[in-house]
Design a protein around this ligand. Structure first.
Ligand SMILES: Nc1nc2c(c(=O)[nH]1)N[C@H]1C(S)=C(S)[C@@H](COP(=O)(O)OP(=O)(O)OC[C@H]3O[C@@H](n4cnc5c(=O)[nH]c(N)nc54)[C@H](O)[C@@H]3O)O[C@H]1N2
Ligand SMILES: Nc1nc2c(c(=O)[nH]1)N[C@H]1C(S)=C(S)[C@@H](COP(=O)(O)OP(=O)(O)OC[C@H]3O[C@@H](n4cnc5c(=O)[nH]c(N)nc54)[C@H](O)[C@@H]3O)O[C@H]1N2
Ligand code: SF4
Ligand SMILES: [Mo]
Length: 762
């Protein structure tokens, strides 16, 4: 196979292509899709001011990066259930009755009520939840306002998805690498299973790499589509990824397959690591993972000797009891095998020097130290809170020029579970005002009963949403959000990569839908702090951020596919790593100072409860939906009309269950209903539970929540101590004891085409 050629975004710019001629009366725009969180470059076609079609990019580099969720977007956003005007709750919280108000009326009242909460309980009583993923448009302005007001309590879906991985990667080498798929010779997928309609670009990169001859190693308890295409598939026990990596390290270290020069020059703690690894001989790892020791060894050797190799980020290890150790073990494998910042390996890109990153917009330095220490979760599970990340301020300034480098927005978060407890009056202090933007909190974290209790206990809840989600149904105000077709976007790749991308606005937002920029600007004004968001428009704000390029945002968006600086490799040779020691910390000085084990370890499952003989995980994304969204789109619902759990034939038979019947999945926390689908790809005794189900056509309001009480996986996701990662406090969603029982009566369903309209009081 050819030697790796350096990663070079220049090839995107150099790609020879001509844009398809626009059809009569049709305007085309180059746009980044935000129907999921991966931002494919696509083209929109508009007629009479409305987008009529989303199609693939003309650039051959991007041409195949499009999926059904992007294509259906114009229809999805034009759905009659879209929220078009600000709504104010009338009657009890969750009564489902709304009054239409103006943005000015809403924001004036919200500003007054939020100021009252801050005056009475302190600024930390204001919590915000926003995912930053499919909105990706918060721009750091929410954090900026919160920092000025004094609240550290920002939570996000990224606490379970990449943001926390970014925060943990800093403990090893100060940045979160992104794999050079174009040039790698070996890809390791830990559960992660990109598909044609799930993170299409990553799927395409993997397929292309395989066609070039790169090896694919997959760890997955289920025979996933990636497992089927893999050179080596390790069907490990659910939740045992960290144990598996100990097995790999055992082989790699014992057989001397690591990069000895890199280890001696650039790492600290190798000897201690070796001793820890010796606690995991292959027979023990085989027992913990349920995999054949010879296959474990073969996979380890392939990874170490068939490099440069990459272990792309995987959400699977973001959601495990051993998440911190598992992520650290990934960082350690990458480092000791010599794959850091080399072509075909793991690129530590840093910020783009020409653009003001969101990290800087957020102004974390203005939040007083005593407020940072009040961040919920910071005492017991500090890793991604201000306290856990504080030791990286100085190294990060030295290497990356930003004291507060908020990679993937995951480095200064409160822990969600502690935040919901505080909202419910069970925390160390009260949280009484809650806002969520581009996030569906009831369904998007663990322990829905606690989230619900917390929400019912608020003085003020504000949602910025496109649709009346179960969470929005409990708000005091629901403010109508624009969509990615209706606004421009400067995508700074989550502060993870140094390339910058641009998206044109394709059409005006319908009704009174407005951007998150406008939300924060109006809120800053309403709170009497207009100076915090001084830009008049989103375009002005973008101009400010891109001034270093010498161009305006408008010029960039029209002329530039990606903005980047020439890639460099092994940058650590000049600046060191952004850790306190300047080296890769195999043994983490910061974890030690925080009172945790400085080396990775494997915490086993608690003893099995015989009432719950099966194990469940939540995941295996559905092609037609993104997370908890898209259930209102008839074309997508036709593909997945009902939530489905998967069991294999043997497990189903043992429980007396048959294909297609309705079942309940139960555990110590809750119960959901689903249809049973028998899948031979599932191993014995494992249950797949789908994430994020509700049905927009079902009755709204407290007690119903459009079917969330029937179907939402968050009712089964535990966050008691045995089910929380120690260092981060994130829940274990990959291996929760449960049972599956037959449901005699089918749950009532309504017709999706016949949705129940919003009840707006005139
Ligand atoms: N229990 C449980 N929790 C999980 C997971 C799980 O498997 N189980 N998965 C985790 C993962 S991987 C992730 S990525 C997170 C995702 O968690 P979230 O980020 O909360 O994702 P969604 O469920 O897509 O909710 C996004 C909401 O934003 C709205 N929205 C979409 N676009 C816009 C916009 O432009 N502006 C505004 N204002 N709103 C918009 C949508 O209508 C939708 O209701 O959840 C995590 N949480
Ligand atoms: N169409 C569509 N695409 C999406 C999304 C969507 O909602 N819809 N969501 C996007 C988002 S935000 C994310 S985070 C990604 C998630 O996408 P993926 O990372 O692919 O995650 P899943 O599809 O949940 O599950 C992938 C595999 O993990 C396996 N698995 C379960 N438990 C374990 C375990 O403990 N260890 C290991 N090694 N494997 C395990 C499952 O068997 C499954 O095959 O998808 C993205 N793409
Ligand atoms: S994978 Fe699909 S939904 Fe996600 S950004 Fe690409 S086209 Fe949009
Ligand atoms: Mo995710």
């Amino acid at each position: 196979m050819p030697a790796p050629v350096p990663f070079d975004p220049q090839r995107i710019v150099d790609a020879q292509y001509s844009e398809r001629p626009a059809r009569e009366g049709v305007t085309t725009k180059r746009v980044l899709c935000a129907s999921c969180d991966i931002a494919c470059s696509v083209v929109t076609e508009s007629k009479n001011g409305r987008v009529i079609r989303v199609r693939s990019s003309d650039n051959p580099i991007f041409r195949d990066h499009i999926c059904m969720k992007g294509i259906v977007a114009p229809k999805g956003f034009a759905n009659p259930t879209r929220i078009l005007h600000p709504l104010k709750r009338v009657g009890e919280r969750g009564s489902g009755k709304w009054e239409q108000v103006t943005w000015d009326e809403a924001m004036t009242d919200i500003g007054e009520r939020l100021n009252a909460v801050v005056d009475q309980y302190g600024p930390e009583a204001w919590a915000v939840s926003t995912s930053q993923w499919n909105t990706s448009t918060d721009h750091g302005l929410g954090r900026r306002l919160m920092n000025h007001v004094g609240s550290p309590n920002w939570i996000s879906g990224v606490a379970l998805c990449a943001g926390n991985t970014a925060a943990v990667n800093r403990f090893s080498y100060g940045w979160f690498p992104f794999g050079d798929f174009n040039n790698t010779r070996c890809i390791v997928l830990m559960g992660h299973n990109p598909r044609r309609h799930s993170w299409t670009p990553i799927y395409n990169y993997i397929r292309t790499a395989q066609q070039r001859g790169a090896k694919l190693i997959v760890m997955d308890p289920r025979r996933s589509s990636s497992a089927e295409r893999a050179d080596i598939w390790l069907p490990l026990k659910v939740g045992s990824d960290a144990a598996m990596m100990f097995g790999w390290l055992k082989v790699i270290i014992d057989e001397g397959l690591y990069d000895k020069e890199f280890v001696s020059k650039w790492t600290i703690g190798f000897e201690e690591l070796r001793q820890r690894v010796n606690e995991y001989p292959l027979d023990r790892v085989a027992e913990l993972t349920g995999c054949d020791p010879n296959m474990i060894a073969e996979a380890a050797r392939t990874y170490a000797t068939h490099g440069p190799a990459i272990i792309p980020w995987t959400p699977i290890t973001d959601m495990q009891r051993n998440s911190t150790s598992a992520i650290r073990l990934q960082t350690i494998l990458r480092a000791i095998c010599g794959y850091l910042d080399v072509p075909g390996g793991e690129l530590l890109q840093g910020f783009n020097p020409d653009i003001i990153p969101e990290s800087e917009i957020e102004m974390h330095h203005v939040l007083p130290e005593e407020q940072k220490l009040k961040q919920l979760g910071s005492k017991d599970h500090p890793v991604f809170t201000y306290r856990g990340q504080a030791p990286f301020c100085e190294p990060s300034r030295r290497v990356y020029g930003q004291e507060y480098a908020n990679l993937v927005t995951g480095c200064y978060m409160a822990t969600p579970s502690e935040t919901f407890k505080a909202m419910a009056g069970e925390g160390s202090y009260p949280v009484k005002a809650f806002m969520f933007l581009g996030n569906n909190p009831l369904l998007s974290y663990a322990n829905m009963p606690m989230i619900l209790k917390g929400m019912m206990n608020q003085d003020l809840i504000v949602a910025h949403e496109q649709f009346m989600t179960p969470s929005a149904q409990l708000a005091d105000y629901v403010l109508p959000a624009d969509s990615w077709l209706e606004r421009p976007w400067l995508h700074d790749m989550f502060g993870w990569m140094s390339t910058i991308r641009f998206s044109e606005k394709s059409m005006d937002p319908p009704g009174e839908c407005r951007s998150t920029f406008e939300f924060w600007k109006r809120l800053a004004n309403a709170m009497g702090r207009p100076e915090v968001v001084p830009w008049d428009t989103l375009d002005d704000f973008y101009d400010y951020r891109v001034a270093g390029t010498g161009m305006s945002f408008d010029q960039l968006v029209k002329t530039t596919e990606v903005h980047f600086t020439k890639p460099e490799f092994k940058k650590y040779e000049k600046q060191g790593f952004a850790t306190p020691s300047g080296k890769v910390e195999l043994k983490s000085s910061v974890l030690k100072d925080l009172g945790f084990d400085p080396l990775p370890y494997f915490r086993e499952d608690p003893p099995q409860d015989e009432n719950y003989p099966l194990m469940m995980f939540t995941g295996v994304r559905e092609d037609g939906f993104f997370q908890t969204g898209h259930r209102h789109i008839p074309e997508m619902r036709a593909r997945h009309p009902e939530p489905e759990i998967y069991l294999n034939e043997k497990t189903a038979q043992a429980a007396g269950l048959s294909d297609g019947q309705w079942v309940a999945v139960e555990n110590t926390l809750g119960r959901i209903k689903a249809k049973l689908a028998i899948k031979d790809a599932m191993p014995d005794d494992l249950v797949r539970v789908p994430h994020g189900w509700w049905k927009p056509e079902m009755p709204k309001g407290h007690g119903q929540l459009s079917g969330a009480h029937d179907y939402a996986d968050s009712q089964l996701c535990r966050d008691d101590d045995d089910y929380l990662d120690l260092e981060q406090g994130i829940p274990h969603l990959k291996g929760i004891p449960c049972r599956v029982v037959s449901l005699v009566a089918e749950p009532a369903t309504a017709d999706i085409e016949d949705e129940i309209a919003l009840e707006v009081v005139e």
